[in-house]
Design a protein around this ligand. Structure first.
Ligand code: SPV
Ligand code: MG
Length: 304
């Protein structure tokens, strides 16, 4: 089995198993490599992370599909874990969702997630008590059905993300949307919430008659004290720690830059940053040089 098929199968099997895929958000290739080295199960290409770290732009649909796909491909290339790409609202209208499925599948990504936010979207974590409009449920269901129809490989996972709780539409609407997206052929449902107590999600799990029909995905950024195991007991098959690595990188850079600005000498930070050898090792520098040297010796031998 090739690398792409293997990653897709691992993702499928993990979502359909009885455990939980503990997934971490990457904003670039190195964060994906570190996520793998720390024993996680899958990598989430965070739209928030890529907007912030690659472009220094807000997560408001300013990153194009081409840019997001390029980031996903770089991330996918740096890890043997399955990669699920956050595709926001599919970067536009109906045909953009269809094209998104085609391009991400062709690029060898294991799965994507598409949300029902209107274009231009708002990041779901932004503090807001305003009830936001979402894409009409029938329209989003139509987009998902068309995306599912477009894919060639049934192992390419399409996750539908329900923003009804985030946008202030309540549990009934969240259930209605989850039903419609499952009916449209979504492989999994990401139910997003900002409720720190988890009461809203518990109400959704109690009320949604489709619970158990497809795997459920949680992003516990705003209910951070719930462990992956606890969320798994509640019925989630994937838990995404979506932005912690990105926020760690921002804090670490800020601390380092502050110390450099204060002390104006490089060794002010040496004890707190990754040693050069560690960085060389993370990207296989020595192995690459050795391979080049072996090739040069072979070429020289061949020439002789
Ligand atoms: C992301 O990581 O870009 C996500 C998750 O979509 S959240 O920021 O919680 O919306
Ligand atoms: Mg996102």
């Amino acid at each position: 089995m090739g690398r792409v098929d293997e990653k897709r199968q691992v993702l499928r099997a993990g979502l359909q198993g009885s455990g939980v895929l503990v997934t971490v958000g990457a904003h670039d290739a190195m964060s994906a490599r570190l996520i793998e080295q720390h024993g996680f199960d899958a990598v989430w290409v965070s739209g928030f992370g890529v907007s912030t770290m690659t472009h220094a732009l807000p997560d408001l649909n300013l990153v194009t599909m081409t840019e997001a796909l390029a980031a996903a491909v770089r991330i996918d290339g740096a890890t043997s874990l399955p990669v699920i790409a956050d595709c926001d609202n599919g970067f536009g209208g109906h045909s953009n969702v269809v094209r998104t499925v085609r391009e991400y599948e062709r690029a060898g990504i294991a799965g994507i997630c598409v949300e029902d936010n209107l274009f231009p979207k708002r990041n779901s974590l932004l503090d807001s008590s305003v009830v936001r409009d979402l894409l009409p449920v029938a329209e989003q269901a139509g987009r998902i059905a068309a995306g599912v129809e477009e894919r060639d490989d049934n192992a390419f996972t399409i996750i539908a993300r329900v923003e009804a709780l985030i946008a202030g539409h309540g549990v009934d609407e969240a259930c209605r949307r989850a039903d419609a997206y499952v009916e449209a052929g979504a492989d999994a449902i990401l139910i997003h919430s900002r409720d720190k107590s988890l009461a809203e999600i518990e109400a959704f799990l109690d009320q949604w008659t489709g619970a158990g029909s497809v795997p459920l995905v949680a992003v516990p950024t705003l209910f951070p004290s719930f462990t992956a195991e606890r969320l798994s007991e509640m019925g989630f098959r994937m838990v995404i720690f979506a932005n912690q690595a990105m926020r760690a990188a921002v804090s670490a850079m800020e601390d380092t830059l502050e110390a450099l600005a204060t002390h104006r000498r490089a060794d002010a930070v040496d004890g707190d940053i990754a040693p050069l050898d560690h960085v060389f090792d993370l990207v296989g520098t020595r192995e690459t040089i050795e391979a080049e040297e072996r090739a040069a010796r072979r070429a020289a031998g061949g020439d002789a």
